[in-house]
Design a protein around this ligand. Structure first.
Ligand code: ARG
Length: 464
Protein backbone atom coordinates (compact mmCIF):
# COMPACT_ATOMS: atom_id res chain seq x y z
CA UNK A 1 0.00 0.00 0.00
CA UNK A 2 1.17 3.51 -0.74
CA UNK A 3 1.78 5.51 2.43
CA UNK A 4 0.74 9.12 2.43
CA UNK A 5 3.62 10.74 4.30
CA UNK A 6 2.68 14.32 3.59
CA UNK A 7 -0.19 14.72 5.98
CA UNK A 8 -0.64 18.49 6.02
CA UNK A 9 -3.74 20.14 4.59
CA UNK A 10 -3.19 22.45 1.62
CA UNK A 11 -4.39 25.46 3.61
CA UNK A 12 -2.24 24.92 6.74
CA UNK A 13 -0.30 28.20 6.22
CA UNK A 14 -3.51 30.15 6.64
CA UNK A 15 -5.50 27.94 8.96
CA UNK A 16 -3.33 27.09 11.93
CA UNK A 17 -5.20 24.48 13.87
CA UNK A 18 -6.30 21.27 12.26
CA UNK A 19 -9.97 20.84 11.41
CA UNK A 20 -12.02 19.41 14.27
CA UNK A 21 -12.41 15.70 13.87
CA UNK A 22 -16.16 16.18 13.96
CA UNK A 23 -16.06 18.47 10.92
CA UNK A 24 -13.63 16.19 9.16
CA UNK A 25 -16.16 13.45 9.58
CA UNK A 26 -19.02 15.35 7.97
CA UNK A 27 -16.98 17.60 5.64
CA UNK A 28 -15.09 14.84 3.94
CA UNK A 29 -16.68 13.50 0.79
CA UNK A 30 -13.88 11.20 -0.31
CA UNK A 31 -15.86 8.03 0.39
CA UNK A 32 -18.41 9.24 -2.13
CA UNK A 33 -16.49 11.21 -4.74
CA UNK A 34 -13.59 8.78 -5.12
CA UNK A 35 -15.90 7.30 -7.72
CA UNK A 36 -14.94 10.27 -9.91
CA UNK A 37 -11.21 9.53 -9.92
CA UNK A 38 -10.98 8.64 -13.63
CA UNK A 39 -12.85 11.77 -14.69
CA UNK A 40 -10.77 13.88 -12.29
CA UNK A 41 -7.50 12.60 -13.71
CA UNK A 42 -8.73 12.97 -17.28
CA UNK A 43 -9.74 16.56 -16.51
CA UNK A 44 -6.38 17.36 -14.91
CA UNK A 45 -4.43 15.93 -17.84
CA UNK A 46 -6.45 17.99 -20.34
CA UNK A 47 -5.95 21.02 -18.11
CA UNK A 48 -2.15 20.75 -17.92
CA UNK A 49 -1.88 20.02 -21.63
CA UNK A 50 -3.78 23.24 -22.23
CA UNK A 51 -1.55 25.11 -19.74
CA UNK A 52 1.49 23.91 -21.67
CA UNK A 53 0.00 24.78 -25.07
CA UNK A 54 -0.71 28.28 -23.77
CA UNK A 55 2.87 28.54 -22.44
CA UNK A 56 1.68 28.83 -18.85
CA UNK A 57 3.71 25.79 -17.73
CA UNK A 58 6.78 24.19 -19.27
CA UNK A 59 6.91 21.01 -21.32
CA UNK A 60 8.93 19.32 -18.58
CA UNK A 61 6.48 20.17 -15.83
CA UNK A 62 3.51 19.14 -17.96
CA UNK A 63 5.11 15.77 -18.67
CA UNK A 64 5.93 15.18 -15.03
CA UNK A 65 2.38 15.97 -13.98
CA UNK A 66 0.88 13.72 -16.67
CA UNK A 67 3.23 10.92 -15.63
CA UNK A 68 2.23 11.31 -11.97
CA UNK A 69 -1.46 11.44 -12.76
CA UNK A 70 -1.29 8.29 -14.88
CA UNK A 71 0.53 6.53 -12.07
CA UNK A 72 -2.17 7.62 -9.61
CA UNK A 73 -4.88 6.31 -11.91
CA UNK A 74 -3.18 2.91 -11.94
CA UNK A 75 -2.80 2.95 -8.15
CA UNK A 76 -6.47 3.72 -7.64
CA UNK A 77 -7.75 1.24 -10.17
CA UNK A 78 -5.63 -1.51 -8.64
CA UNK A 79 -6.74 -0.60 -5.10
CA UNK A 80 -3.25 0.48 -4.08
CA UNK A 81 -4.13 4.07 -3.31
CA UNK A 82 -4.63 5.17 0.25
CA UNK A 83 -7.49 7.67 0.42
CA UNK A 84 -7.27 10.08 3.33
CA UNK A 85 -10.39 11.66 4.80
CA UNK A 86 -8.30 14.57 6.01
CA UNK A 87 -7.92 15.70 2.38
CA UNK A 88 -11.67 16.03 2.04
CA UNK A 89 -12.27 14.98 -1.51
CA UNK A 90 -10.94 13.23 -4.59
CA UNK A 91 -9.33 16.42 -5.93
CA UNK A 92 -7.10 17.06 -2.93
CA UNK A 93 -6.36 13.39 -2.39
CA UNK A 94 -5.00 13.20 -5.94
CA UNK A 95 -3.10 16.49 -5.68
CA UNK A 96 -1.47 15.38 -2.42
CA UNK A 97 -0.37 12.11 -3.93
CA UNK A 98 0.99 13.95 -6.98
CA UNK A 99 3.32 15.89 -4.65
CA UNK A 100 4.59 12.61 -3.24
CA UNK A 101 5.26 11.19 -6.67
CA UNK A 102 6.76 14.15 -8.58
CA UNK A 103 7.63 16.62 -5.83
CA UNK A 104 7.00 20.36 -5.72
CA UNK A 105 6.25 20.68 -9.43
CA UNK A 106 2.87 19.15 -8.62
CA UNK A 107 2.07 22.63 -7.35
CA UNK A 108 1.53 23.78 -10.96
CA UNK A 109 -1.44 21.51 -11.61
CA UNK A 110 -3.94 23.79 -9.90
CA UNK A 111 -2.95 26.90 -11.91
CA UNK A 112 -5.99 28.68 -13.39
CA UNK A 113 -8.61 26.40 -11.96
CA UNK A 114 -10.43 25.77 -8.69
CA UNK A 115 -12.09 22.74 -7.18
CA UNK A 116 -15.35 24.52 -7.93
CA UNK A 117 -14.97 24.11 -11.68
CA UNK A 118 -13.01 20.88 -11.31
CA UNK A 119 -15.77 19.04 -9.47
CA UNK A 120 -18.51 19.87 -11.95
CA UNK A 121 -16.25 19.04 -14.87
CA UNK A 122 -15.75 15.59 -13.35
CA UNK A 123 -19.42 15.24 -12.60
CA UNK A 124 -20.59 16.26 -16.05
CA UNK A 125 -18.19 13.81 -17.71
CA UNK A 126 -19.41 11.08 -15.33
CA UNK A 127 -23.06 11.91 -15.97
CA UNK A 128 -22.57 11.79 -19.72
CA UNK A 129 -21.46 8.19 -19.59
CA UNK A 130 -23.98 7.25 -16.86
CA UNK A 131 -26.76 8.66 -19.06
CA UNK A 132 -25.60 6.59 -22.02
CA UNK A 133 -25.37 3.44 -19.88
CA UNK A 134 -28.91 3.97 -18.60
CA UNK A 135 -30.15 4.26 -22.17
CA UNK A 136 -28.47 0.96 -23.04
CA UNK A 137 -30.36 -0.65 -20.12
CA UNK A 138 -33.65 0.95 -21.20
CA UNK A 139 -33.05 -0.43 -24.69
CA UNK A 140 -32.88 -3.92 -23.25
CA UNK A 141 -36.22 -3.39 -21.50
CA UNK A 142 -37.78 -2.19 -24.74
CA UNK A 143 -36.44 -5.21 -26.62
CA UNK A 144 -37.72 -7.66 -24.00
CA UNK A 145 -41.13 -5.97 -23.97
CA UNK A 146 -41.30 -6.10 -27.77
CA UNK A 147 -40.58 -9.83 -27.64
CA UNK A 148 -43.59 -10.47 -25.40
CA UNK A 149 -45.74 -8.08 -27.43
CA UNK A 150 -44.85 -9.84 -30.67
CA UNK A 151 -46.18 -13.12 -29.31
CA UNK A 152 -49.38 -11.58 -27.98
CA UNK A 153 -50.80 -9.42 -30.74
CA UNK A 154 -54.05 -11.42 -30.72
CA UNK A 155 -54.14 -12.04 -26.97
CA UNK A 156 -57.34 -10.38 -25.83
CA UNK A 157 -57.61 -8.76 -22.43
CA UNK A 158 -59.87 -6.20 -20.80
CA UNK A 159 -58.63 -2.65 -20.99
CA UNK A 160 -59.40 -0.83 -17.76
CA UNK A 161 -60.33 2.64 -16.70
CA UNK A 162 -60.76 3.09 -12.95
CA UNK A 163 -59.67 -0.58 -12.79
CA UNK A 164 -63.14 -1.46 -14.13
CA UNK A 165 -63.52 -3.26 -17.44
CA UNK A 166 -63.73 -0.59 -20.11
CA UNK A 167 -63.06 -1.91 -23.63
CA UNK A 168 -61.32 -5.00 -24.98
CA UNK A 169 -57.73 -4.55 -26.12
CA UNK A 170 -54.79 -6.56 -27.38
CA UNK A 171 -52.36 -7.49 -24.59
CA UNK A 172 -49.56 -6.46 -26.97
CA UNK A 173 -51.11 -3.01 -27.32
CA UNK A 174 -51.08 -2.66 -23.56
CA UNK A 175 -47.40 -3.61 -23.45
CA UNK A 176 -46.64 -1.22 -26.28
CA UNK A 177 -47.92 1.59 -24.05
CA UNK A 178 -44.89 0.89 -21.86
CA UNK A 179 -42.63 0.81 -24.90
CA UNK A 180 -43.82 4.38 -25.56
CA UNK A 181 -43.01 5.38 -21.98
CA UNK A 182 -39.55 3.82 -22.00
CA UNK A 183 -38.83 5.37 -25.38
CA UNK A 184 -39.74 8.79 -23.98
CA UNK A 185 -37.39 8.06 -21.06
CA UNK A 186 -34.58 7.40 -23.49
CA UNK A 187 -35.32 10.61 -25.34
CA UNK A 188 -35.43 12.56 -22.08
CA UNK A 189 -32.04 11.21 -21.03
CA UNK A 190 -30.64 11.95 -24.48
CA UNK A 191 -31.98 15.51 -24.41
CA UNK A 192 -30.37 16.12 -21.04
CA UNK A 193 -26.97 15.44 -22.62
CA UNK A 194 -27.15 18.87 -24.27
CA UNK A 195 -26.31 20.73 -21.02
CA UNK A 196 -23.75 18.09 -20.15
CA UNK A 197 -21.81 19.05 -23.27
CA UNK A 198 -20.97 22.52 -21.88
CA UNK A 199 -17.52 22.65 -20.36
CA UNK A 200 -17.18 24.22 -16.88
CA UNK A 201 -13.38 23.89 -16.69
CA UNK A 202 -11.53 27.18 -16.52
CA UNK A 203 -14.15 29.34 -14.81
CA UNK A 204 -11.99 28.76 -11.71
CA UNK A 205 -13.53 29.70 -8.34
CA UNK A 206 -16.23 32.01 -9.74
CA UNK A 207 -14.77 34.82 -11.88
CA UNK A 208 -12.74 33.14 -14.57
CA UNK A 209 -8.96 33.64 -14.55
CA UNK A 210 -6.29 36.15 -15.49
CA UNK A 211 -4.22 33.39 -17.11
CA UNK A 212 -4.45 33.15 -20.90
CA UNK A 213 -6.22 29.78 -20.93
CA UNK A 214 -7.93 28.11 -23.90
CA UNK A 215 -11.27 26.72 -22.82
CA UNK A 216 -12.13 25.57 -26.33
CA UNK A 217 -9.09 23.35 -26.26
CA UNK A 218 -10.08 21.62 -23.00
CA UNK A 219 -13.64 21.35 -24.30
CA UNK A 220 -12.41 19.38 -27.29
CA UNK A 221 -10.06 17.25 -25.20
CA UNK A 222 -12.79 16.32 -22.73
CA UNK A 223 -15.58 15.67 -25.21
CA UNK A 224 -17.51 18.87 -24.49
CA UNK A 225 -19.02 20.91 -27.32
CA UNK A 226 -18.31 24.37 -25.96
CA UNK A 227 -17.27 26.24 -22.82
CA UNK A 228 -19.98 27.54 -20.49
CA UNK A 229 -20.81 31.25 -20.90
CA UNK A 230 -20.85 32.70 -17.40
CA UNK A 231 -18.33 31.87 -14.70
CA UNK A 232 -20.64 32.64 -11.76
CA UNK A 233 -23.52 30.64 -13.18
CA UNK A 234 -21.18 27.77 -14.00
CA UNK A 235 -20.03 27.11 -10.44
CA UNK A 236 -23.51 27.70 -9.00
CA UNK A 237 -25.45 25.68 -11.57
CA UNK A 238 -26.77 22.26 -10.69
CA UNK A 239 -29.69 22.29 -13.15
CA UNK A 240 -28.03 19.45 -14.99
CA UNK A 241 -28.10 17.42 -11.76
CA UNK A 242 -31.84 18.05 -11.44
CA UNK A 243 -32.39 17.12 -15.09
CA UNK A 244 -30.72 13.80 -14.43
CA UNK A 245 -32.60 13.15 -11.18
CA UNK A 246 -35.90 14.06 -12.83
CA UNK A 247 -35.22 11.75 -15.77
CA UNK A 248 -34.34 8.95 -13.33
CA UNK A 249 -37.54 9.67 -11.39
CA UNK A 250 -39.73 9.45 -14.47
CA UNK A 251 -38.17 6.22 -15.66
CA UNK A 252 -38.53 4.83 -12.14
CA UNK A 253 -42.14 5.96 -12.03
CA UNK A 254 -42.81 4.04 -15.26
CA UNK A 255 -41.25 0.95 -13.73
CA UNK A 256 -43.42 1.42 -10.64
CA UNK A 257 -46.57 1.64 -12.76
CA UNK A 258 -45.93 -1.53 -14.70
CA UNK A 259 -44.77 -3.45 -11.63
CA UNK A 260 -47.93 -2.37 -9.81
CA UNK A 261 -50.01 -3.65 -12.74
CA UNK A 262 -48.16 -6.95 -12.75
CA UNK A 263 -48.71 -7.29 -9.00
CA UNK A 264 -52.44 -6.70 -9.45
CA UNK A 265 -52.67 -9.02 -12.46
CA UNK A 266 -50.82 -11.72 -10.57
CA UNK A 267 -53.21 -11.54 -7.61
CA UNK A 268 -55.78 -14.30 -7.04
CA UNK A 269 -58.56 -11.86 -7.92
CA UNK A 270 -57.21 -11.22 -11.42
CA UNK A 271 -54.94 -14.15 -12.30
CA UNK A 272 -54.08 -12.53 -15.64
CA UNK A 273 -50.39 -13.38 -15.51
CA UNK A 274 -48.17 -16.05 -14.02
CA UNK A 275 -44.77 -15.33 -12.52
CA UNK A 276 -42.16 -18.05 -12.79
CA UNK A 277 -40.66 -19.43 -9.59
CA UNK A 278 -37.45 -17.56 -10.39
CA UNK A 279 -38.99 -14.23 -9.45
CA UNK A 280 -41.22 -15.06 -6.48
CA UNK A 281 -40.46 -15.70 -2.83
CA UNK A 282 -42.19 -17.75 -0.17
CA UNK A 283 -43.64 -16.88 3.21
CA UNK A 284 -42.13 -17.90 6.54
CA UNK A 285 -45.52 -19.01 7.86
CA UNK A 286 -47.88 -19.58 4.92
CA UNK A 287 -46.57 -22.57 2.97
CA UNK A 288 -48.76 -21.96 -0.07
CA UNK A 289 -47.49 -18.46 -0.82
CA UNK A 290 -45.63 -17.29 -3.94
CA UNK A 291 -45.14 -13.59 -3.45
CA UNK A 292 -44.13 -11.02 -6.09
CA UNK A 293 -41.48 -9.49 -3.78
CA UNK A 294 -39.18 -8.39 -6.59
CA UNK A 295 -41.94 -6.40 -8.22
CA UNK A 296 -42.77 -4.78 -4.90
CA UNK A 297 -39.10 -3.98 -4.37
CA UNK A 298 -38.98 -2.09 -7.66
CA UNK A 299 -42.23 -0.26 -6.95
CA UNK A 300 -40.88 0.78 -3.56
CA UNK A 301 -37.49 1.95 -4.84
CA UNK A 302 -39.22 4.68 -6.80
CA UNK A 303 -39.88 6.36 -3.44
CA UNK A 304 -36.14 6.69 -2.75
CA UNK A 305 -35.55 8.06 -6.23
CA UNK A 306 -38.22 10.74 -5.76
CA UNK A 307 -36.69 11.52 -2.36
CA UNK A 308 -33.34 12.15 -4.04
CA UNK A 309 -34.90 14.55 -6.54
CA UNK A 310 -36.56 16.44 -3.72
CA UNK A 311 -33.36 16.51 -1.65
CA UNK A 312 -31.55 18.25 -4.49
CA UNK A 313 -34.41 20.66 -5.22
CA UNK A 314 -34.44 21.58 -1.55
CA UNK A 315 -30.67 22.05 -1.34
CA UNK A 316 -30.84 24.48 -4.27
CA UNK A 317 -33.89 26.38 -3.08
CA UNK A 318 -32.86 29.91 -2.12
CA UNK A 319 -29.15 29.09 -2.32
CA UNK A 320 -27.29 32.30 -3.21
CA UNK A 321 -24.64 32.29 -5.93
CA UNK A 322 -21.99 30.95 -6.25
CA UNK A 323 -20.33 27.89 -4.65
CA UNK A 324 -21.40 26.67 -1.24
CA UNK A 325 -20.60 23.48 0.60
CA UNK A 326 -24.31 22.64 0.45
CA UNK A 327 -23.65 21.59 -3.12
CA UNK A 328 -21.23 18.84 -2.15
CA UNK A 329 -24.11 16.42 -1.49
CA UNK A 330 -25.10 16.42 -5.15
CA UNK A 331 -22.78 13.52 -5.91
CA UNK A 332 -24.10 11.21 -3.22
CA UNK A 333 -27.64 11.92 -4.42
CA UNK A 334 -26.80 11.31 -8.06
CA UNK A 335 -24.90 8.09 -7.39
CA UNK A 336 -27.73 6.73 -5.26
CA UNK A 337 -30.40 7.44 -7.88
CA UNK A 338 -28.23 6.16 -10.71
CA UNK A 339 -27.46 2.90 -8.90
CA UNK A 340 -31.08 2.31 -7.99
CA UNK A 341 -32.21 2.83 -11.57
CA UNK A 342 -29.51 0.66 -13.13
CA UNK A 343 -30.33 -2.07 -10.63
CA UNK A 344 -34.08 -1.71 -11.18
CA UNK A 345 -33.76 -1.88 -14.95
CA UNK A 346 -31.68 -5.02 -14.67
CA UNK A 347 -34.17 -6.68 -12.34
CA UNK A 348 -37.10 -5.56 -14.44
CA UNK A 349 -35.58 -7.13 -17.54
CA UNK A 350 -35.32 -10.39 -15.63
CA UNK A 351 -38.96 -10.06 -14.58
CA UNK A 352 -40.06 -9.53 -18.18
CA UNK A 353 -38.36 -12.78 -19.13
CA UNK A 354 -40.28 -14.61 -16.40
CA UNK A 355 -43.89 -13.64 -16.92
CA UNK A 356 -46.52 -15.48 -18.96
CA UNK A 357 -49.97 -14.17 -19.75
CA UNK A 358 -52.85 -16.37 -18.74
CA UNK A 359 -54.63 -15.97 -22.07
CA UNK A 360 -57.70 -17.98 -21.13
CA UNK A 361 -58.34 -15.95 -18.02
CA UNK A 362 -57.64 -12.68 -19.84
CA UNK A 363 -60.31 -13.59 -22.39
CA UNK A 364 -62.80 -14.66 -19.72
CA UNK A 365 -62.36 -11.45 -17.79
CA UNK A 366 -62.64 -9.42 -20.99
CA UNK A 367 -66.10 -10.91 -21.51
CA UNK A 368 -67.37 -9.46 -18.27
CA UNK A 369 -68.62 -5.99 -17.47
CA UNK A 370 -70.57 -5.32 -20.70
CA UNK A 371 -67.25 -4.47 -22.28
CA UNK A 372 -68.67 -4.10 -25.83
CA UNK A 373 -71.25 -1.48 -24.86
CA UNK A 374 -69.33 1.32 -26.58
CA UNK A 375 -69.11 -0.79 -29.74
CA UNK A 376 -72.89 -1.14 -29.67
CA UNK A 377 -73.35 2.61 -29.30
CA UNK A 378 -70.97 3.21 -32.22
CA UNK A 379 -72.91 0.62 -34.26
CA UNK A 380 -76.18 2.44 -33.65
CA UNK A 381 -74.66 5.72 -34.78
CA UNK A 382 -73.27 4.19 -37.96
CA UNK A 383 -76.21 1.95 -38.93
CA UNK A 384 -79.33 3.63 -37.58
CA UNK A 385 -78.48 7.29 -38.09
CA UNK A 386 -78.57 8.30 -34.43
CA UNK A 387 -76.52 10.95 -32.67
CA UNK A 388 -73.90 9.47 -30.38
CA UNK A 389 -75.68 10.73 -27.26
CA UNK A 390 -78.95 9.08 -28.34
CA UNK A 391 -77.10 5.83 -29.14
CA UNK A 392 -75.36 6.02 -25.77
CA UNK A 393 -78.74 6.19 -23.99
CA UNK A 394 -80.20 3.29 -26.01
CA UNK A 395 -77.13 1.21 -25.20
CA UNK A 396 -77.36 2.07 -21.51
CA UNK A 397 -80.94 0.75 -21.56
CA UNK A 398 -79.74 -2.44 -23.25
CA UNK A 399 -77.05 -2.84 -20.55
CA UNK A 400 -79.73 -2.32 -17.87
CA UNK A 401 -81.80 -5.05 -19.50
CA UNK A 402 -78.83 -7.45 -19.63
CA UNK A 403 -78.10 -6.74 -15.99
CA UNK A 404 -81.73 -7.40 -15.07
CA UNK A 405 -81.67 -10.67 -16.98
CA UNK A 406 -78.28 -11.55 -15.47
CA UNK A 407 -76.80 -12.04 -18.95
CA UNK A 408 -73.79 -10.79 -20.86
CA UNK A 409 -74.60 -8.54 -23.83
CA UNK A 410 -73.80 -11.28 -26.32
CA UNK A 411 -76.32 -13.58 -24.67
CA UNK A 412 -79.27 -11.23 -25.28
CA UNK A 413 -81.55 -12.39 -28.10
CA UNK A 414 -82.48 -10.18 -31.03
CA UNK A 415 -86.03 -10.05 -29.66
CA UNK A 416 -84.80 -8.76 -26.33
CA UNK A 417 -82.62 -6.15 -28.04
CA UNK A 418 -85.52 -5.07 -30.22
CA UNK A 419 -87.57 -4.23 -27.15
CA UNK A 420 -85.19 -1.32 -26.65
CA UNK A 421 -84.47 -0.54 -30.33
CA UNK A 422 -86.99 -2.04 -32.77
CA UNK A 423 -84.89 -1.16 -35.84
CA UNK A 424 -82.13 -3.63 -34.85
CA UNK A 425 -81.45 -6.63 -37.09
CA UNK A 426 -79.43 -9.84 -36.73
CA UNK A 427 -76.41 -7.94 -37.97
CA UNK A 428 -76.00 -6.31 -34.56
CA UNK A 429 -75.01 -9.58 -32.85
CA UNK A 430 -71.53 -9.58 -34.41
CA UNK A 431 -70.77 -6.41 -32.47
CA UNK A 432 -70.43 -8.36 -29.22
CA UNK A 433 -67.46 -10.35 -30.47
CA UNK A 434 -64.28 -9.15 -28.73
CA UNK A 435 -62.03 -9.75 -31.69
CA UNK A 436 -64.36 -7.74 -33.96
CA UNK A 437 -64.42 -5.03 -31.34
CA UNK A 438 -60.62 -4.83 -31.14
CA UNK A 439 -60.11 -4.95 -34.88
CA UNK A 440 -62.56 -2.12 -35.42
CA UNK A 441 -60.19 0.23 -33.54
CA UNK A 442 -58.19 1.04 -36.63
CA UNK A 443 -57.65 4.73 -35.97
CA UNK A 444 -53.94 5.61 -35.74
CA UNK A 445 -52.62 4.48 -32.36
CA UNK A 446 -55.64 2.24 -31.76
CA UNK A 447 -55.62 -1.40 -30.66
CA UNK A 448 -56.55 -3.25 -33.89
CA UNK A 449 -54.26 -6.25 -34.41
CA UNK A 450 -52.91 -4.75 -37.66
CA UNK A 451 -52.10 -1.47 -35.97
CA UNK A 452 -50.32 -3.21 -33.11
CA UNK A 453 -48.37 -5.38 -35.50
CA UNK A 454 -47.10 -2.47 -37.54
CA UNK A 455 -46.19 -0.51 -34.39
CA UNK A 456 -44.16 -3.46 -33.12
CA UNK A 457 -42.40 -3.69 -36.50
CA UNK A 458 -41.65 0.01 -36.38
CA UNK A 459 -40.11 -0.19 -32.90
CA UNK A 460 -38.18 -3.32 -33.74
CA UNK A 461 -36.52 -1.54 -36.66
CA UNK A 462 -35.87 1.54 -34.56
CA UNK A 463 -34.28 -0.47 -31.77
CA UNK A 464 -32.06 -2.66 -33.94
N1 ARG B 1 -15.70 18.50 -2.77
C1 ARG B 1 -16.24 19.74 -3.18
C2 ARG B 1 -17.64 19.49 -3.74
O1 ARG B 1 -17.93 18.42 -4.06
C3 ARG B 1 -15.39 20.37 -4.23
C4 ARG B 1 -15.54 21.85 -4.32
C5 ARG B 1 -14.98 22.47 -3.10
N2 ARG B 1 -14.86 23.88 -3.15
C6 ARG B 1 -14.80 24.61 -2.04
N3 ARG B 1 -14.66 25.84 -2.19
N4 ARG B 1 -14.97 24.09 -0.85
O2 ARG B 1 -18.44 20.37 -3.85
Amino acid sequence: MTKNKNNKTIWDTRIKSSTSSLFQKIGSSIDIDKRLYREDIKGSIAHVEMLFKQKIISFKIKNKIVFGLNKIEKEISSNKFQFNKKYEDIHINIEKRLFQIIGDEAGYVHTARSRNDQVITDLKIWLRSATKKINVSIDKIIKSTLKIAEKNIDTIMPGFTHLKNAQAISFAHYLMAYVEMFSRDKKRFKNSLENLYENPLGVAALTGTSFNIDRNYTSRKLGFKKPTNNSVDTVSDRDFVLDFLYSVSLCSMHISRITEELIIWNSEGFKLINLSDKIVTGSSIMPQKKNPDLLEYLRGKTGSVYGNLFSMLTILKGLPLSYFKDLQDDKEIIFKSNDILINSLEIFDEILKNITPNKKRMFELANLGYITATDLADYLVKNHSMSFRKAYQKTASIVNLAEKKKKNLDKLTLEELKKIEPKLTNDVLKIFDLKTSINSKKSYGGTSFDNVKSMITKYKKYND
